[in-house]
Design a protein around this ligand. Structure first.
Ligand SMILES: [Zn+2]
Length: 391
């Protein structure tokens, strides 16, 4: 843990995500400074009014943002699905069953290899400005393998999600009800100690609404808060079930009826959009504009996984959301920071205000709009996590 205070000054524009500190929903402060004290932000405001500190960093006019909060990834895996991606780009559609390839490779991998894989992708995300990563099990699909995945995940992040209900594994192909009984019984017993959240892939070819309800309810009874893979590949009951169960997040939201949109606007479940998945499966984009205009809270996340979205880049997702999903640059930046925090029910991250965790990044650019204006360019030039400069 860093000791003493650090003044980060010379910030061209600071995104605080606190409307009390600056203009608009992003709480923008121009010619700004921040004071970091240990793991926390001690002060944020105009540079001319900044208090003194033990150390000083000059941002040289760069934009500063809260670290990105990636609230949806699948990093505990082994194996490679390059061929599947190539085949899909040659015209074959994406189906949920491709997950089985990764299940076989992950089951065969040793703990050390899985730890190294998670560490590699967390570090890759960090270099691109992501300071909080949620990650899921879901490539083990047995009590022992799912618990192993969550133990490994928990060594790298506090935001761990039990996704035993990712797909029905081959050995239960003829007995899906038996698999739901396993997930809600012995598998949940083995996994609950290592997880904060419970998730279900509610989709044709995965789990239907009744199965999803049984699994999420069982998880909630053990203190795990629901989140749902909902309405990705087709219309279905996932989004409304998520809102009904007060899930923290309904993720994907690609195929929504007006009733789904109304439910998200009225409940407190965040709509988490994952444009890397639509990019990598050549699927229709989720309509962020429709959700925002209805009043829903929208988050952006990478869905980083080896099958349907093998990117750890939040800047890439921001650029897609602006170009393809009707978001303004400011809305996309908010969704990738404060939106992600909301999807994880966190108030300590996703903003830069006194008391918040000192997670921030500097952009080699004068404005956060450059994240969409200069797609594909590595603009993140410095990252602090918990007050320590890590990139
Ligand atoms: Zn996912």
């Amino acid at each position: 843990m860093p000791s003493g205070t650090t003044l980060v000054t010379g910030i061209g524009v600071l995104v605080t995500n606190d409307p009390a500190l600056g203009e608009g929903p992003l709480g923008l402060v121009r010619e700004a400074a921040l004071v970091l004290d240990g793991e926390r932000v001690a002060w944020a405001g105009p540079a001319g009014r900044a208090p003194t500190a033990d150390a000083r960093v000059d941002a040289g006019g760069r934009a500063a943002l809260p670290g990105f909060v990636d609230s949806h990834t699948h990093l505990v895996f082994d194996g490679d699905r390059t061929e599947e991606f190539g085949a899909r780009m040659s015209g074959r559609p994406y189906a949920a069953g491709g997950i089985r390839t990764t299940v076989a490779a992950t089951r065969a991998a040793g703990d050390e290899r899985l730890h190294a894989n998670v560490a590699r992708y967390v570090a890759e995300a960090l270099r691109q400005g992501t300071t909080v990563v949620e990650t899921k099990s879901g490539y083990g699909l047995s009590p022992g393998e799912e618990a192993r995945a969550l133990r490994i995940a928990a060594a790298h992040t506090d935001e761990t999600t039990f996704l035993g209900a990712h797909i029905v594994p081959p050995e239960y192909e003829d007995d899906p009800a038996g698999y739901v009984a396993l997930v809600t019984g012995p598998m949940l017993d083995a996994c609950a100690p290592y997880a904060r959240w419970v998730d279900v892939f509610c989709e044709r070819g995965a789990f239907d609404g009744d199965q999803a309800r049984a699994i999420l309810t069982a998880g909630a009874a053990r203190g795990l808060v629901p989140r749902v893979h909902a309405n990705q590949l087709s219309y279905g009951p996932g989004v409304r079930l998520a809102v009904e169960l007060d899930a923290a997040s309904a993720d994907h939201c690609t195929h929504l009826t007006d009733e789904d949109v109304d439910a998200l606007a009225q409940g407190r479940t965040v709509a988490t959009l994952l444009p890397g998945a639509e990019f990598s499966t050549r699927a229709p984009w989720p309509d962020a504009r429709r959700l925002l205009d209805a009043g829903a809270t929208v988050a952006l996340s990478t869905d980083c996984n080896p099958g349907s979205s093998f990117t750890s880049s939040m800047p890439f997702c921001i650029a897609l959301a602006v170009r393809e999903m009707g978001m303004t640059p400011d809305e996309a930046v908010w969704a990738a920071t404060a939106g992600g925090a909301a999807a994880l029910r966190r108030t300590d991250v996703g903003r830069l205000a006194p008391g918040a965790r000192a997670d921030l990044l500097l952009l080699d650019a004068p404005s956060p709009v450059h994240l969409a204006y200069r797609p594909g360019v590595p603009l993140v030039s410095a990252v602090w996590r918990r007050g320590a400069r890590v990139h």
